[in-house]
Write a protein that binds this ligand. Structure first.
Ligand code: F6P
Length: 328
């Protein structure tokens, strides 16, 4: 089935992620290619409500594929959670004749668009853009690869100084509810442990592991901690170690928002480009209330209800097992 759409609105919402610009570019270029008009909505749902919307063309998205952040800016909108806010947004879309939407963001963004579609029937497709990689229905989200590479680069640098002084480092990475960056940067960075929200590790277990590595002549240790770890952040863990013994010379590094910036990797640029084109093609084909995903290297469309109802992108137990084998 094809859908009679002629004007597509595109926006980014929620936490920004490297590769969002590449996705915007792909949506704009694909829309132009298929002879649809395309409009950029600033600051996500906030700009939709405030009417900050302008026409884009193939040339307005030149020189952005390599840039981090988002040219459309991003926001988390409280107003869009209200019926009045959504009505105001609808009026602004109608004024410009925008008849379909592409949202680039995370689960909060998708939930907003799902309600909007249910209330007002505007055909809409979501593209998963978040460094957390925690969205069901896709093997990867845009920005995760870049953020994890940034974390690995930092871990490599910390390793140099850790080894020079025989120190124990706790390195905190992003992920309030997700351990993807922590677990995979720990494997790639050769850390002794990854402490993630999805797995319950006790402090005693962690301490025993640290003592064990000391006994096997390991000179320095790196522990990667997701900010949402159930045991506490890197600061808390370092304090707990110091309270137990003065054996370890412990230091803490919190990577924070630097993981959200920077030039996207080749992987994120290509993923974002594929997802952007798939979103526009999906709209033209009559798809709505779906999220584009990548499943074993194939573009797929997931119904909102299938991916959002209590589901999360689970950590692969095999990856956890691998991390344990390698951390002795
Ligand atoms: O969702 C992406 C993310 O970077 C999380 O990893 C992090 O916990 C959160 O956003 C931080 O959000 P904010 O930038 O709003 O503080």
């Amino acid at each position: 089935m094809t859908q009679k759409i002629s004007k597509i609105g595109v926006f980014t919402s929620g936490g920004d992620a490297p590769g969002m610009n590449a996705a915007i570019r792909a949506v704009v270029r694909a829309s132009t290619y298929f002879q649809k008009e395309v409009f950029g909505i600033m600051r996500g749902y906030e700009g939709m409500i405030d009417g900050e919307i302008s026409k884009l063309g193939a040339r307005s998205v030149g020189n952005i594929i390599q840039r981090g952040g988002t040219i459309l800016k991003s926001a988390r909108s409280e107003a869009f959670r209200t019926k009045e806010g959504r009505l105001k947004a609808l009026e602004n879309l109608k004024k410009l004749g925008i008849d379909s939407l592409v949202a680039i963001g995370g689960d909060g963004t998708f939930t907003g668009l799902h309600h909007f579609y249910a209330e007002h029937g505007v055909p809409s497709i979501c593209i998963p853009g978040t460094i957390d990689n925690d969205i069901a229905g896709t093997d990867y989200t845009i920005g995760y690869d870049t953020a994890t590479n940034t974390a690995v680069e930092a871990i490599d640098k910390i390793r140099d100084t850790a080894l020079s002084h025989n120190r124990l480092f706790f390195i905190e990475v992003m992920g309030r509810h997700s351990g993807y960056i922590a677990l995979n940067s720990a494997i790639a960075g050769g850390a002794v442990a990854a402490i993630i929200p999805e797995e319950y590790t006790t402090f005693d277990q962690l301490y025993a592991q640290l003592e064990q590595t000391g006994r096997t002549n390991k000179k320095s240790s790196l522990v990667v901690v997701a900010e949402g770890s159930r045991m506490g952040g890197a600061m808390d863990l370092a304090k707990m170690v110091a309270q137990r013994s003065s054996y370890f010379d412990t230091k803490v590094t919190i990577l924070g928002h630097l993981q959200r910036g920077g030039s996207p990797t080749y992987f994120d640029r290509v993923l974002a480009s594929r997802m952007g084109v798939a979103a526009v093609e999906g709209l033209i084909d009559g798809k709505t209330d779906v999220m584009v995903g990548i499943d074993r290297n194939v573009m797929v469309y997931n119904k909102f209800d299938d991916i959002m109802k209590g589901r999360k992108h689970e950590i692969d137990p095999e990856t956890l097992r691998l991390a344990k084998i390698l951390s002795i």
